[in-house]
Design a protein around this ligand. Sequence first.
Ligand code: VGL
Ligand code: ZN
Length: 339
Amino acid sequence: MLFHVPGSLDGLLSLLATCFTQPTFQTFRALLLGQVSQTGSRTVCGMLVGARLSGVWEHSRAHRFFSQARWSPDELGLRIAVLIIERRTDPETPLTVAIDDTLLQRWGRRGWGGFYHHDATANSDRSAVAWGNNWLVVGIVVRIAILDRSQSRVKVIRGDMARALIIVDFQNDFTPGGALPVPDGDQISERINELAASGEFDLVVATRDWHPPEHGSFATSGGRWPQHCVAGSDGAQLHSSLDQRRVDVVIDKGQDPDTEGYSGFEGTGLERLLRDRGIDEVAICGLATDYCVKNTAIDALRAGFRVCVDERGIRGVDVHPGDCKRAIGEMREAGAVIG
Ligand code: VGL
Ligand code: ZN
């Protein structure tokens, strides 16, 4: 690190080290020093400039560090709270604790690609919980002699995550023998069943491509695909290897004849369903990587969910060689974790 770090700050930081793994502590320390020393705006970008990391790190990487890396914000908050109480408050005086749960209620502003701004300045009338706003802020109010108003030092509590599994279009027509087969599309069944039975998900959703017979994506209507997944047909049924006892809700999509309907969010009640169930994070598997999986993942990010794409649980078409690889790159770029 290129900075001269005052011993007092380093001493303070070392008291926080046990909230982190060794590598995440180094990252946290660099970002914190970046924030302290930056001269521009108090944003993640400013922090990266201060840490001499701009141009080296995509700023989404810093967001991912704060939202996903292996460190404990809860423990860190408690540790900071104890430090404030020990060093900044009078042992004889009762503590004033301020709680602000507006972040739990607030939707917030979103950039393209699902990056979520959970700064307290974003206003909106939407009232759902999603990535970035499942935080409760607790402050200890401290009176500092040289200032004429009380200062509140905050602790941020991360709420419990609720997670959903979205199984995209695991249907007969997209598996070998079907009308629009994805190579090895049936090979993901074991992984999908394993995920659905893992107990890690509060909700398991299966989407079905569910087209009217004259859907605009069909070659017979001037589109690019052979007729597939016609609503109610055998080809449109979920693949028989899928353990449907684990599926809580089936969502049909692609019913509008004039749009491709690749995304499970397009013209369906999927977003509403996830919000109603308090879901923050979705894991995505299914078919096809380069079409419906990709579009569903990117829409989920745009809607503010955290997204993990299960690499073992997807297969793609690769109409043009490299399409799947590019699709994975696009999802990652938009903020998905590919794992
Ligand atoms: C899909 C092509 C056409 C998919 C759906 O599920 O990926 N691909 N319709
Ligand atoms: Zn389709």
